[in-house]
Design a protein around this ligand. Structure first.
Ligand SMILES: Cc1cc2nc3c(=O)[nH]c(=O)nc-3n(C[C@H](O)[C@H](O)[C@H](O)COP(=O)(O)OP(=O)(O)OC[C@H]3O[C@@H](n4cnc5c(N)ncnc54)[C@H](O)[C@@H]3O)c2cc1C
Length: 300
């Protein structure tokens, strides 16, 4: 392990600014890898020293505990190289989804427009198999250059689409054996004007729905397609919109969102999550599945 790597390791970095909830305490250790070798070193350092770790993308699908995270946070934001070869885009995991959308537009490539306005990084989007407007990341991913954890070592490996375990809001990365480094997207040639107007339409739709008006982390719960009603609708039907705990509130514009209406604590959000789960279980007999990732010491 190089001195260079150790110089980049920070302590006590507040995580709230790296989350779209704008909530959460400090990370015991924190690093922003600049290259693949930093990334590997970070993972290996944590494994060798028995330190828990998480990879952080855009922080748009996590709730960090008020006491923070007693481990290493590997923020991928500087792993942000992207290249375009014909209809293929190869992107490092820290590239923002919005930049990926912009690059595809610049090269008249179609297929990724559905992700316009989706906060977060390529890594986070793959981890969650993020989806919107009837499409998902699994539709356009061909292969992933990943880092595989084996005991206390890290190996580079190439995963083909068929090995990525994609399903609704699911990927193999949720097992936390593989970490995403680089992703190869296969798109198609299209027309700039059509691509641009779809992107604008989607961005405006998200704005109209008030998705960016308050800090939030998108949908807290997954939909259950067997039930046939979106989870937001179920919560809305129970009259829970506007319910507050501290400064956390079930969003009036979308009942599957919880917003931070001003200095909310992670504890407030968490209590509200549990409150929704209990109400839905008791009154509708439905056990909700969480989409949000909890980071830190929670009583789960
Ligand atoms: C306003 C708003 C609207 C949203 N709309 C949608 C929507 O329409 N559809 C949808 O699906 N989601 C939506 N979301 C949720 C969120 O944006 C997505 O889930 C997004 O893909 C998360 O990416 P991220 O980089 O922010 O991940 P983070 O929140 O940083 O991380 C999420 C998980 O991914 C893991 N992860 C991150 N990077 C890597 C990596 N390189 N390797 C391995 N694991 C990694 C993390 O460890 C964590 O467990 C929305 C969120 C907001 C705030």
């Amino acid at each position: 392990m190089t001195e260079n790597f150790k110089n980049k390791l920070l302590t006590g970095v507040l995580l709230a600014p790296f989350t779209t909830f704008n909530i959460g305490g400090p990370a015991l250790y924190y690093i922003e890898p600049m290259c693949l070798s930093d990334y590997k070193n970070s993972l290996e350092w944590a494994l060798l020293n028995n330190i828990p770790f998480i990879t952080l993308g855009g922080g748009s699908n996590i709730l960090v505990h008020d006491s923070g995270y007693k481990g290493l946070v590997i923020n991928t934001k500087r792993l942000s190289k992207l290249e375009v070869k014909g209809n293929i885009i190869i992107s490092e995991c820290g590239v923002t989804v919005d930049r990926l959308v912009e690059e595809s537009l610049k090269h008249a490539l179609t297929g990724i427009e559905f992700a316009a306005g989706l906060p977060g990084s390529v890594g986070g989007a793959l981890f969650m198999n993020a989806r919107a407007y009837a499409s998902a990341f699994s539709d356009i991913v061909e292969e992933v250059h990943a880092l595989k954890r084996k005991h206390r070592t890290i190996r580079e490996t190439l995963l083909k689409k068929s090995e990525l375990g994609f399903a609704y809001k699911k990927s193999i990365f949720q097992k936390r054996t593989f970490y995403i480094y680089k992703v190869l997207f296969k798109l198609s040639k299209g027309h700039v004007k059509t691509i641009q107007s779809t992107i604008e339409e989607i961005r405006n739709d998200r704005k109209r729905k008030g998705q960016y008006a308050f800090p939030n982390a998108g949908c807290i719960f997954k939909n259950d397609h067997r039930i046939g009603i979106p989870t937001g609708k179920i919560i809305e039907e129970l009259g829970l919109k506007g319910k507050r705990i501290g400064n956390a509130e079930i969003y009036r514009e979308h009942a599957n969102f919880i917003i931070n209406s001003g200095k909310a604590r992670a504890e407030d959000v968490y209590k509200l999550i549990k409150f929704i789960e209990n109400e839905v279980k008791q009154k509708k007999g439905i056990k909700l599945k969480r989409e949000i990732n909890l980071v830190g010491d929670w009583d789960t």
